[in-house]
Design a protein around this ligand. Structure first.
Ligand SMILES: O=C(O)CCC(=O)C(=O)O
Length: 253
């Protein structure tokens, strides 16, 4: 093949690849880029600690477990902020309303009063940049961070994180929750409860300080009902702290 023809062919292949990539990104928000664990684990890892390591623990629905998702400095800052703002009884969404219900007995602290915060402290801003990098999303798609605390016996029964079509007020601004990271702010030893369990999948994740579990709530535009999960109660005398990070379809502002 002449060098001119080879060059032309190379150019066409590159163009096709590029087209394929942009097409994929546009059509299927749930295929980028956290799904490319190898690339993320090997990438330059801007905003990611050197001990960060992600692995897939379930393919469909897609669930990843991440070691050292948070640094110990971030964990300290998140707990400090949560304690400073104070914990209150956690609520649940039922029929478009936020209510207290026996299905959730844990405690919640909102890290900023503003529901869609524009600025956190430097440590937490770095975490926000990490989430944007991992999910290729805008910071305005990230809900205000929510810390949860479970004292011995407290739990969150089986639920999904996406809203139903009837939850019109919650869906109004930014659409649904397409992705969830649940990060652990302390470790709970084996036999002391506190796991995140996906009962339909036979998957359980034990709280280890700084680690996180993350999953797509949608696949190919469809809600994944089998992302049903629950926060199991720590046994008496033990406590669990976690961080909810929800990514919406669209920016809040
Ligand atoms: O506590 C857990 O492990 C899961 C918490 C959870 O699912 C939630 O807060 O929505």
């Amino acid at each position: 093949m002449s060098s001119r023809r080879r060059e032309k062919r190379h150019h066409k292949e590159r163009k096709d690849k590029k087209h394929h990539r942009s097409h994929r990104r546009k059509d299927s928000f749930d295929k980028i880029p956290i799904n490319d664990i190898e690339r993320i684990n090997k990438s330059k890892r801007e905003y990611i600690s050197k001990d960060f390591k992600a692995r897939i623990i379930n393919k469909e629905p897609y669930i990843v477990k991440i070691k050292n998702f948070l640094t110990s400095g971030e964990v300290k800052e998140l707990i400090r902020l949560a304690e400073k703002n104070g914990f209150e009884r956690s609520n649940v969404v039922i029929d478009n309303k936020l209510l207290y219900d026996e299905m959730r007995t844990s405690q919640t602290s909102y890290l900023l009063e503003d529901g869609c915060p524009r600025k956190y402290s430097k440590n937490i801003e770095n975490l926000i940049k990490r989430i944007c990098y991992l999910l290729d999303c805008k910071r305005e798609q990230i809900e205000g961070l929510m810390c949860v605390k479970y004292e011995g016996g407290e739990y969150f029964e089986t639920h999904v994180d996406f809203f139903s079509t009837d939850d019109v007020d919650l869906l109004e601004d930014a659409g649904n929750r397409i992705f969830t990271f649940f990060a652990y702010l302390n470790s709970v030893d084996k036999g002391e409860g506190g796991e995140t369990e996906f009962p339909e999948l036979g998957v359980k994740s034990r709280p280890i300080k700084g680690d996180a579990v993350g999953w797509w709530n949608f696949a190919r535009g469809e809600k994944k009902q089998n992302t049903l999960h629950r926060g199991l109660p720590p046994t008496e005398g033990h406590v669990k702290y976690g961080l909810n990070i929800w990514i919406r379809e669209k920016p809040f502002f």
